[in-house]
Design a binder for this molecule. Structure first.
Ligand code: PMP
Length: 325
């Protein structure tokens, strides 16, 4: 029999999906790693499990303990599922600029969700710092610290990267992906570069983030403006991203990401969130730059259901100056 024994064994081994319109328009093979098919519904399930597993192994997390984390939502959702499956309590700090659906899901899963004002990382009231302080104040709590806990990128080095290599028979020319903590791009790129050192690693950045500037100039300066995308963009170089071998970067406008999300929905039947729009648009751009005949892999981070009141709401989009083509 070929079965998964429980929640954590169902994480990973996601399909690699050929994106038809993007592939046909560019003459490349553009593939998306179906991370939305993880049991908690996003690319963050792998990181959540690797970080909890290490906390268990090291003895920091003991039976009946509490997991505390600051998250845009998806890491929290992964953690909340795993906490239920393994008997831990879960406390989640979230900034108030994320979709209400993610807050509702976390609440439904039984996490103690604390939505806090959105302030820059340098501010002591930033959601990540509040999570760290709260964990310190409890005796049996572990602060997951996904931004600087390198078990996050290890998850992608040990699982996502090898899966992509096997699924493409080693024929991948470029890996293209947006960055939040940096765990996905850093882990996958480390593995793929070890297999083939001329593979192109492309970081995609949204507006209002400092990562495009970091890759192109070496200095992390925030770009002007804001983005409606969730879970991506950063003002600093995390321990997960630090040292990653990235070859180049592209900045993707929200309208291009939104158009791509709707094209994937209407032309191919896929229902994705905004970071996936960034990723597929970026893969399309990279395919055009490399020319026909290349194989480009990106990540299908999460499904669209969590963004019904925002990305899939015409009035909400209009208020942000965005439209549906
Ligand atoms: N897309 C979504 C929807 C996410 O929640 C995240 C995680 N914050 C990412 C992309 C980026 O992944 P990573 O943290 O591994 O860089």
């Amino acid at each position: 029999m070929n079965v998964c024994d429980g929640f954590v064994e169902a994480i990973g081994n996601t399909p690699l999906i050929r994106l038809q319109a993007a592939s046909e328009a560019t003459g490349c093979e553009i593939f998306g790693k179906a991370e939305f098919m993880n049991p908690g519904g996003s690319v963050k399930d792998r990181a959540a499990w690797w970080m909890i597993r290490e906390a268990e192994r090291s003895g920091l997390l003991r039976s009946g303990g509490t997991i505390v984390e600051g998250t845009a939502g998806n890491t929290g959702i992964g953690l909340a599922h795993i906490c239920n499956a393994r008997g831990y309590s879960c406390v989640i700090y979230m900034p108030d600029n994320q979709s209400p659906e993610k807050v509702e899901i976390l609440d439904t899963l039984g996490a103690d969700v604390r939505v806090v004002p959105t302030v820059p990382y340098a501010n002591e009231m930033n959601y990540q710092k509040q999570a760290g302080r709260f964990a310190e104040s409890l005796e049996s709590a572990v602060w997951v610290n996904q931004f600087d806990n390198i078990n996050n990128r290890l998850a992608h080095y040990e699982s996502t990267g090898p899966e992509i290599w096997q699924q493409t028979d080693g024929k991948v020319d470029a890996f293209v992906c947006a960055v939040g903590t940096g765990g996905t791009i850093a882990g996958v790129s480390q593995y793929l570069k070890q297999q083939r050192d001329d593979i192109q690693l492309v970081l995609l950045d949204c507006i209002g983030s400092a990562l495009y500037s970091f890759i192109t100039t070496g200095v992390a300066t925030m770009s002007e403006g804001t983005s409606i995308t969730e879970g991506i963009g950063n003002s600093r170089i995390t321990d997960n991203l630090d040292g990653a071998e990235i070859d180049w970067a592209l900045q993707i406008a929200d309208q291009d990401a939104v158009n791509m999300v709707y094209r994937l929905l209407h032309e191919e039947g896929w229902f994705f969130g905004s970071s996936t729009g960034v990723n597929v648009y970026g893969a399309f751009e990279v395919a055009r730059k490399l020319g026909p005949g290349h194989t480009i892999v990106t990540v299908l981070c999460d499904g669209g259901g969590k963004y019904r009141s925002s990305l899939f709401n015409r009035d909400w989009l209009a208020k942000k100056g965005l439209s549906i083509a």
